[in-house]
Design a protein around this ligand. Structure first.
Ligand SMILES: Nc1ncnc2c1ncn2[C@@H]1O[C@H](COP(=O)(O)OP(=O)(O)O)[C@@H](O)[C@H]1O
Ligand SMILES: [Mg+2]
Length: 335
């Protein structure tokens, strides 16, 4: 078997199943994709589609019991699935770091923000107290916090939501990760602050030569900021391709429904957020067919009994899983 050591990330047949009182819950089922260095890719999908569980599984951050992970996550050639806590810890922060969905809970409310950055630097990089403080101030400056030497002594509660998220980003960058997983990094922030944080991530990616996985339920967030998009439903990839192709020539009806439910970035505050009709699937009772079939106006009998696998669309790298895909849209011929 050959595997490409140069790939930053190669995920293959990754599945995460929680063993719950109600039965086995396949939160992620058979996900495969890979990623080169210096890219930003997006993972999108409705709430509950498995984005956070997939991100945490890639990090190797799972609860210790009642969960089974199978498949492979190669991070710069190192297998994270089945690795020991020590082996994973060696890579957290340096190879891969994650910004969690809720910035409020990732900060300690009773500890000065500067100290929270210091701690990471001292524990992970073995820095002296003075060096860690100097570096922490540099990091606060890097993420655009004004007067960083004063903010160093602030408590999280003394900062605005946007500033707190900047602190969370500073902590994630402390050990210069090659890959940053940003799980809904702007959810809960108001629209102008959202744009600022997303711009900051983009700028940091360029400056620090990082790669970023931007995880969001909102296609508007990834539209202009990613080169590739992974669309998830019920724990699986249902469409994947270059961002341009997925926006312009998507074939999976669910992708279209997501696009239609996304507020337009340009006038987000004036657009009402619609939701996709029907209910997200119950993962404890998945049928053999396409999980989206019960909500899909194109579904036929086959869709309810037979699950479609990903198949190639026109553009290389563009794939979709659907028995009755949307018709190909007309391409403008370049002259
Ligand atoms: N620790 C857990 N135990 C059992 N089920 C879980 C656990 N974590 C997540 N899930 C379930 O896995 C599914 C995917 O969740 P999640 O990855 O958080 O979705 P998303 O991030 O796309 O909103 C959901 O049905 C959720 O209820
Ligand atoms: Mg989530």
């Amino acid at each position: 078997m050959s595997f490409d050591n140069k790939k930053l990330l190669a995920v293959k047949d990754l599945a995460t199943t929680f063993h719950t009182a109600g039965g086995d819950l396949p939160a992620v089922g058979g996900v495969s994709f890979d990623m080169e260095s210096n890219q930003t890719i997006g993972i999108v999908g409705e709430s509950g589609s498995g984005k956070t569980v997939l991100s945490r599984t890639i990090m190797g951050l799972q609860q210790r019991t009642n969960v089974t992970v199978t498949g492979s996550v190669l991070l710069s050639g190192f297998e994270m699935v089945g690795a020991s806590e020590d082996e994973k810890r060696e890579r957290w922060g340096t190879e891969v770091a994650m910004i969690f969905q809720d910035p409020m809970t990732s900060l300690n409310p009773v500890m000065k923000v500067g100290k929270q950055i210091d701690e990471t630097l001292r524990v992970r990089l073995g820095m002296s107290k003075a060096d860690a403080k100097a570096r922490a101030i540099e990091l606060l400056e890097l993420v655009g916090i004004p007067s960083p030497q004063y903010r160093y002594d602030a408590y999280p509660g003394q900062l605005s939501g946007g500033m707190r998220q900047r602190v969370v980003i500073a902590i994630s960058l402390a050990c210069s990760p090659k890959l940053l997983l940003a799980d809904e990094p702007t959810t809960g922030l108001d629209v102008t602050i959202q744009a600022q944080i997303l711009n900051l991530l983009e700028e940091l990616k360029e400056r620090l030569e990082m790669s970023v996985i931007l995880v969001t339920h909102d296609l508007g967030v990834v539209a202009t900021r990613t080169s590739r998009i992974i669309v998830m439903y019920a724990g699986r990839i249902v469409e994947i391709g270059s961002t341009r192709e997925v926006f312009a020539h998507h074939r999976m009806p669910y992708t279209r429904a997501l696009l239609e439910s996304s507020p337009k970035v340009s006038n987000a505050s004036h657009t009402r957020l619609t939701t996709i009709p029907g209910r997200p699937p119950n993962l404890l009772k998945l049928t053999q067919g396409c999980s989206f079939a019960p909500r899909c106006s194109y579904a036929t009998e086959k869709c309810h009994v037979d699950r479609p696998e990903l198949e190639a669309a026109d553009e290389p790298g563009h794939m979709f899983a659907c028995w009755n895909p949307l018709p190909k849209t007309r391409r403008t011929v370049k002259k």
